[in-house]
Ligand binder design. Structure first.
Ligand SMILES: NC(=O)c1ccc[n+]([C@@H]2O[C@H](COP(=O)([O-])OP(=O)(O)OC[C@H]3O[C@@H](n4cnc5c(N)ncnc54)[C@H](OP(=O)(O)O)[C@@H]3O)[C@@H](O)[C@H]2O)c1
Length: 298
Protein backbone atom coordinates (compact mmCIF):
# COMPACT_ATOMS: atom_id res chain seq x y z
CA UNK A 1 0.00 0.00 0.00
CA UNK A 2 2.73 2.39 0.99
CA UNK A 3 5.96 2.73 -0.82
CA UNK A 4 8.88 1.47 1.21
CA UNK A 5 10.62 4.39 2.84
CA UNK A 6 13.74 5.04 0.86
CA UNK A 7 16.97 5.49 2.78
CA UNK A 8 17.94 9.16 3.03
CA UNK A 9 18.10 10.80 -0.37
CA UNK A 10 20.24 13.68 1.00
CA UNK A 11 23.86 13.71 0.15
CA UNK A 12 26.38 14.15 3.00
CA UNK A 13 26.78 17.85 2.25
CA UNK A 14 23.01 18.44 2.54
CA UNK A 15 22.92 16.43 5.77
CA UNK A 16 25.71 18.58 7.14
CA UNK A 17 23.82 21.78 6.19
CA UNK A 18 20.66 20.46 7.82
CA UNK A 19 22.49 19.59 11.04
CA UNK A 20 24.00 23.07 11.05
CA UNK A 21 20.59 24.75 10.52
CA UNK A 22 19.10 22.71 13.37
CA UNK A 23 21.96 23.70 15.62
CA UNK A 24 21.46 27.38 14.82
CA UNK A 25 17.73 27.12 15.58
CA UNK A 26 18.57 25.46 18.93
CA UNK A 27 21.06 28.19 19.78
CA UNK A 28 18.55 30.99 19.01
CA UNK A 29 15.77 29.24 20.90
CA UNK A 30 18.06 28.86 23.94
CA UNK A 31 18.87 32.56 23.81
CA UNK A 32 15.19 33.45 23.61
CA UNK A 33 14.40 31.13 26.56
CA UNK A 34 17.27 32.69 28.45
CA UNK A 35 15.65 36.12 27.88
CA UNK A 36 12.30 34.85 29.18
CA UNK A 37 13.93 33.32 32.28
CA UNK A 38 15.86 36.54 32.79
CA UNK A 39 12.64 38.57 32.67
CA UNK A 40 10.83 36.31 35.16
CA UNK A 41 13.98 35.98 37.32
CA UNK A 42 14.34 39.78 37.48
CA UNK A 43 10.76 40.14 38.75
CA UNK A 44 11.38 37.42 41.36
CA UNK A 45 14.59 39.14 42.50
CA UNK A 46 12.76 42.45 42.70
CA UNK A 47 9.97 40.86 44.80
CA UNK A 48 12.51 39.17 47.08
CA UNK A 49 14.44 42.36 47.60
CA UNK A 50 11.78 45.04 47.65
CA UNK A 51 8.52 43.27 48.66
CA UNK A 52 9.89 40.52 50.90
CA UNK A 53 12.71 42.86 52.02
CA UNK A 54 15.37 40.15 51.77
CA UNK A 55 18.78 41.79 52.29
CA UNK A 56 17.09 45.16 52.29
CA UNK A 57 20.16 46.79 53.87
CA UNK A 58 22.57 45.39 51.28
CA UNK A 59 23.44 47.85 48.54
CA UNK A 60 26.00 48.06 45.75
CA UNK A 61 27.10 51.50 44.64
CA UNK A 62 24.15 52.93 46.56
CA UNK A 63 21.53 50.76 44.83
CA UNK A 64 19.62 47.79 46.27
CA UNK A 65 21.35 44.50 45.54
CA UNK A 66 18.67 43.30 43.09
CA UNK A 67 19.62 46.15 40.70
CA UNK A 68 23.20 44.84 40.47
CA UNK A 69 22.00 41.24 40.18
CA UNK A 70 19.59 42.12 37.35
CA UNK A 71 22.22 44.23 35.56
CA UNK A 72 24.77 41.43 35.83
CA UNK A 73 22.26 38.90 34.50
CA UNK A 74 21.31 41.29 31.70
CA UNK A 75 24.98 41.58 30.76
CA UNK A 76 25.24 37.76 30.67
CA UNK A 77 22.13 37.54 28.50
CA UNK A 78 23.57 40.17 26.14
CA UNK A 79 26.84 38.26 25.94
CA UNK A 80 24.86 35.09 25.19
CA UNK A 81 23.11 37.01 22.35
CA UNK A 82 26.44 38.26 21.00
CA UNK A 83 27.90 34.74 20.94
CA UNK A 84 24.82 33.42 19.11
CA UNK A 85 24.52 36.19 16.51
CA UNK A 86 27.98 37.73 16.17
CA UNK A 87 30.82 35.55 17.47
CA UNK A 88 29.29 32.43 15.96
CA UNK A 89 29.72 33.95 12.50
CA UNK A 90 33.44 34.56 13.04
CA UNK A 91 34.45 31.86 15.44
CA UNK A 92 31.74 29.22 15.02
CA UNK A 93 31.92 25.75 13.48
CA UNK A 94 31.81 27.07 9.90
CA UNK A 95 34.70 29.41 10.61
CA UNK A 96 36.65 26.60 12.31
CA UNK A 97 35.98 24.25 9.36
CA UNK A 98 37.11 26.92 6.90
CA UNK A 99 40.34 27.45 8.86
CA UNK A 100 40.96 23.68 8.93
CA UNK A 101 40.30 23.46 5.17
CA UNK A 102 42.77 26.30 4.51
CA UNK A 103 45.36 24.60 6.72
CA UNK A 104 44.82 21.22 5.06
CA UNK A 105 45.05 22.76 1.58
CA UNK A 106 48.39 24.31 2.60
CA UNK A 107 49.62 20.98 4.00
CA UNK A 108 48.53 19.11 0.84
CA UNK A 109 50.38 21.64 -1.32
CA UNK A 110 53.50 21.14 0.80
CA UNK A 111 53.19 17.33 0.56
CA UNK A 112 52.84 17.52 -3.24
CA UNK A 113 55.91 19.78 -3.42
CA UNK A 114 57.88 17.40 -1.18
CA UNK A 115 56.82 14.37 -3.25
CA UNK A 116 57.92 16.14 -6.44
CA UNK A 117 61.28 17.00 -4.83
CA UNK A 118 61.73 13.40 -3.65
CA UNK A 119 60.90 12.09 -7.15
CA UNK A 120 63.45 14.46 -8.69
CA UNK A 121 66.09 13.42 -6.14
CA UNK A 122 65.37 9.72 -6.73
CA UNK A 123 65.69 10.18 -10.49
CA UNK A 124 68.98 12.06 -10.02
CA UNK A 125 70.31 9.31 -7.71
CA UNK A 126 69.16 6.53 -10.09
CA UNK A 127 70.68 8.37 -13.00
CA UNK A 128 73.97 8.91 -11.09
CA UNK A 129 74.08 5.24 -10.07
CA UNK A 130 73.73 4.19 -13.68
CA UNK A 131 75.99 6.96 -14.93
CA UNK A 132 73.09 8.64 -16.69
CA UNK A 133 71.79 5.43 -18.24
CA UNK A 134 68.31 4.27 -17.37
CA UNK A 135 68.57 0.69 -16.02
CA UNK A 136 65.27 -0.35 -17.55
CA UNK A 137 65.96 0.95 -21.07
CA UNK A 138 65.40 -1.75 -23.66
CA UNK A 139 68.88 -3.00 -24.33
CA UNK A 140 69.28 -6.55 -25.57
CA UNK A 141 72.35 -8.67 -25.08
CA UNK A 142 73.03 -11.28 -27.74
CA UNK A 143 75.57 -14.06 -27.27
CA UNK A 144 76.49 -17.64 -28.07
CA UNK A 145 78.08 -19.54 -25.20
CA UNK A 146 79.01 -23.18 -24.64
CA UNK A 147 77.63 -25.17 -21.70
CA UNK A 148 80.68 -24.04 -19.72
CA UNK A 149 80.15 -20.39 -20.75
CA UNK A 150 83.07 -20.15 -23.19
CA UNK A 151 82.46 -17.57 -25.92
CA UNK A 152 85.82 -17.21 -27.71
CA UNK A 153 89.47 -18.09 -28.04
CA UNK A 154 92.36 -16.01 -29.40
CA UNK A 155 89.88 -13.33 -30.39
CA UNK A 156 87.85 -15.68 -32.54
CA UNK A 157 84.60 -17.62 -32.36
CA UNK A 158 85.21 -21.33 -31.76
CA UNK A 159 82.38 -23.10 -33.56
CA UNK A 160 80.59 -23.22 -36.82
CA UNK A 161 76.87 -22.60 -36.29
CA UNK A 162 75.15 -21.21 -39.35
CA UNK A 163 71.75 -20.95 -37.64
CA UNK A 164 73.23 -18.83 -34.87
CA UNK A 165 74.88 -16.45 -37.34
CA UNK A 166 71.61 -16.24 -39.27
CA UNK A 167 69.67 -15.47 -36.07
CA UNK A 168 72.23 -12.83 -35.09
CA UNK A 169 71.89 -11.21 -38.51
CA UNK A 170 68.08 -11.25 -38.46
CA UNK A 171 67.87 -9.79 -34.96
CA UNK A 172 70.47 -7.05 -35.23
CA UNK A 173 69.97 -5.89 -38.84
CA UNK A 174 68.72 -2.31 -39.03
CA UNK A 175 69.66 -1.66 -35.38
CA UNK A 176 72.63 -0.50 -33.33
CA UNK A 177 75.29 -2.90 -32.09
CA UNK A 178 77.65 -2.13 -29.21
CA UNK A 179 80.89 -4.04 -28.86
CA UNK A 180 84.30 -3.99 -27.24
CA UNK A 181 87.33 -2.98 -29.25
CA UNK A 182 88.64 -6.57 -29.42
CA UNK A 183 85.37 -7.97 -30.78
CA UNK A 184 85.31 -5.19 -33.36
CA UNK A 185 88.82 -6.12 -34.43
CA UNK A 186 87.76 -9.75 -34.82
CA UNK A 187 85.53 -8.74 -37.76
CA UNK A 188 87.13 -8.48 -41.22
CA UNK A 189 85.05 -5.30 -41.74
CA UNK A 190 82.00 -3.59 -40.18
CA UNK A 191 78.80 -5.61 -40.48
CA UNK A 192 76.40 -4.35 -43.13
CA UNK A 193 73.12 -2.60 -42.30
CA UNK A 194 73.96 -1.96 -38.63
CA UNK A 195 75.21 1.08 -36.72
CA UNK A 196 78.36 0.19 -34.82
CA UNK A 197 79.45 1.63 -31.48
CA UNK A 198 82.91 0.47 -30.46
CA UNK A 199 84.10 0.86 -26.87
CA UNK A 200 87.76 1.57 -26.20
CA UNK A 201 89.71 3.40 -23.49
CA UNK A 202 92.14 4.63 -26.15
CA UNK A 203 91.31 8.26 -26.87
CA UNK A 204 93.01 8.13 -30.27
CA UNK A 205 91.62 4.78 -31.37
CA UNK A 206 90.82 5.02 -35.04
CA UNK A 207 87.50 3.67 -36.33
CA UNK A 208 86.40 3.52 -39.98
CA UNK A 209 83.96 6.11 -41.23
CA UNK A 210 80.39 5.55 -39.99
CA UNK A 211 81.53 3.63 -36.90
CA UNK A 212 81.05 5.45 -33.58
CA UNK A 213 83.59 5.39 -30.78
CA UNK A 214 82.68 5.45 -27.07
CA UNK A 215 85.03 5.51 -24.12
CA UNK A 216 82.80 3.87 -21.53
CA UNK A 217 79.87 1.49 -21.31
CA UNK A 218 77.56 4.31 -20.21
CA UNK A 219 78.61 6.53 -23.08
CA UNK A 220 78.00 3.70 -25.54
CA UNK A 221 74.60 2.89 -24.07
CA UNK A 222 73.53 6.55 -24.11
CA UNK A 223 74.62 6.82 -27.74
CA UNK A 224 72.68 3.65 -28.49
CA UNK A 225 69.59 4.99 -26.77
CA UNK A 226 69.66 7.98 -29.09
CA UNK A 227 69.83 5.71 -32.11
CA UNK A 228 67.00 3.30 -31.24
CA UNK A 229 67.00 -0.43 -30.53
CA UNK A 230 70.40 -1.44 -29.22
CA UNK A 231 72.12 -4.83 -29.02
CA UNK A 232 75.18 -5.51 -26.90
CA UNK A 233 77.12 -8.08 -28.91
CA UNK A 234 80.22 -8.73 -26.77
CA UNK A 235 82.79 -9.71 -26.01
CA UNK A 236 83.45 -11.02 -22.52
CA UNK A 237 84.49 -7.73 -20.88
CA UNK A 238 81.56 -5.82 -22.32
CA UNK A 239 78.96 -8.51 -21.51
CA UNK A 240 80.06 -8.40 -17.88
CA UNK A 241 79.90 -4.63 -17.56
CA UNK A 242 76.74 -4.08 -19.60
CA UNK A 243 74.69 -6.82 -17.92
CA UNK A 244 73.05 -4.49 -15.30
CA UNK A 245 71.77 -2.22 -18.09
CA UNK A 246 70.21 -4.90 -20.27
CA UNK A 247 66.70 -6.15 -19.93
CA UNK A 248 66.80 -9.10 -22.32
CA UNK A 249 69.41 -11.72 -23.15
CA UNK A 250 69.22 -13.72 -26.36
CA UNK A 251 71.52 -16.63 -25.58
CA UNK A 252 72.44 -19.37 -27.98
CA UNK A 253 73.50 -22.21 -25.72
CA UNK A 254 75.94 -24.39 -27.63
CA UNK A 255 75.80 -27.85 -26.13
CA UNK A 256 79.47 -28.64 -25.78
CA UNK A 257 82.21 -28.07 -23.21
CA UNK A 258 84.59 -25.78 -25.08
CA UNK A 259 88.14 -24.73 -24.37
CA UNK A 260 88.65 -20.98 -24.67
CA UNK A 261 89.94 -17.82 -23.06
CA UNK A 262 86.84 -15.62 -22.98
CA UNK A 263 83.71 -16.29 -20.97
CA UNK A 264 80.11 -15.18 -20.62
CA UNK A 265 79.22 -14.32 -16.99
CA UNK A 266 77.10 -16.78 -14.97
CA UNK A 267 73.47 -15.69 -15.03
CA UNK A 268 71.90 -14.91 -11.67
CA UNK A 269 68.60 -16.79 -11.80
CA UNK A 270 67.14 -14.48 -9.14
CA UNK A 271 67.50 -11.70 -11.70
CA UNK A 272 66.88 -13.46 -15.01
CA UNK A 273 63.79 -15.44 -15.95
CA UNK A 274 63.77 -17.87 -18.88
CA UNK A 275 60.99 -16.77 -21.22
CA UNK A 276 61.53 -18.97 -24.23
CA UNK A 277 63.53 -22.04 -25.24
CA UNK A 278 63.95 -23.53 -28.69
CA UNK A 279 66.18 -26.62 -29.03
CA UNK A 280 67.88 -27.83 -32.22
CA UNK A 281 70.01 -30.80 -33.24
CA UNK A 282 73.42 -30.60 -34.85
CA UNK A 283 73.37 -30.93 -38.63
CA UNK A 284 75.64 -30.30 -41.59
CA UNK A 285 75.58 -26.50 -41.02
CA UNK A 286 75.70 -26.60 -37.23
CA UNK A 287 78.42 -28.66 -35.63
CA UNK A 288 76.79 -28.96 -32.15
CA UNK A 289 73.32 -29.27 -30.69
CA UNK A 290 72.15 -25.82 -29.58
CA UNK A 291 69.24 -24.00 -27.92
CA UNK A 292 67.96 -20.50 -28.44
CA UNK A 293 67.12 -19.12 -25.00
CA UNK A 294 65.45 -15.81 -24.23
CA UNK A 295 65.89 -14.40 -20.74
CA UNK A 296 64.10 -11.36 -19.34
CA UNK A 297 65.02 -9.43 -16.26
CA UNK A 298 62.59 -10.15 -13.40
N1 LIG B 1 80.29 -16.05 -28.63
C1 LIG B 1 79.88 -14.82 -28.78
O1 LIG B 1 78.68 -14.56 -28.88
C2 LIG B 1 80.87 -13.70 -28.87
C3 LIG B 1 80.44 -12.41 -29.14
C4 LIG B 1 81.37 -11.39 -29.18
C5 LIG B 1 82.72 -11.68 -28.97
N2 LIG B 1 83.09 -12.96 -28.71
C6 LIG B 1 84.48 -13.31 -28.47
O2 LIG B 1 84.91 -12.58 -27.32
C7 LIG B 1 86.29 -12.33 -27.44
C8 LIG B 1 86.52 -10.83 -27.24
O3 LIG B 1 86.07 -10.48 -25.93
P1 LIG B 1 87.03 -9.72 -24.91
O4 LIG B 1 86.43 -9.81 -23.58
O5 LIG B 1 88.41 -10.26 -25.05
O6 LIG B 1 87.09 -8.25 -25.47
P2 LIG B 1 85.93 -7.22 -25.77
O7 LIG B 1 84.98 -7.24 -24.64
O8 LIG B 1 85.40 -7.42 -27.14
O9 LIG B 1 86.74 -5.84 -25.81
C9 LIG B 1 87.56 -5.48 -24.71
C10 LIG B 1 88.02 -4.08 -24.94
O10 LIG B 1 86.96 -3.18 -24.81
C11 LIG B 1 87.42 -1.97 -24.26
N3 LIG B 1 86.78 -1.80 -22.97
C12 LIG B 1 86.33 -2.73 -22.11
N4 LIG B 1 85.74 -2.17 -21.04
C13 LIG B 1 85.81 -0.84 -21.25
C14 LIG B 1 85.38 0.28 -20.51
N5 LIG B 1 84.74 0.15 -19.34
N6 LIG B 1 85.62 1.52 -21.00
C15 LIG B 1 86.22 1.69 -22.18
N7 LIG B 1 86.66 0.66 -22.93
C16 LIG B 1 86.45 -0.59 -22.46
C17 LIG B 1 88.89 -2.10 -24.08
O11 LIG B 1 89.48 -1.64 -25.28
P3 LIG B 1 90.93 -0.94 -25.34
O12 LIG B 1 91.87 -2.00 -24.97
O13 LIG B 1 91.06 -0.45 -26.74
O14 LIG B 1 90.86 0.17 -24.33
C18 LIG B 1 89.07 -3.61 -23.95
O15 LIG B 1 90.36 -4.06 -24.26
C19 LIG B 1 86.68 -12.81 -28.81
O16 LIG B 1 87.20 -14.13 -28.71
C20 LIG B 1 85.40 -12.86 -29.59
O17 LIG B 1 85.41 -13.80 -30.63
C21 LIG B 1 82.19 -13.96 -28.66
Amino acid sequence: MFKAHKSSSFDPEQMELMAYAQKRIRQKRNWFNHGAIFFIGSIILWIMNMALRAGIDTTFFGYPWFVSAVLLWFALWLYHGLSVFVFNRFLGDAWEKKQIDILMAKQEKKIIQLQAKLKDKKEIIDSKQSGGMNNTAKVIMIVAASDNNVIGKDNHLIWRLKSDLQRFKTMTSGHTIIMGRKTFESFPKPLPNRKHIVISRQKDYHVPEGVLLAHSINEALLMGQELGQTYVIGGGEIYKQAMPFCDTIELTRVHTESKGDTFFPNLDMQVWKLLNKESHQADKDNEFDYSFLTYKKN
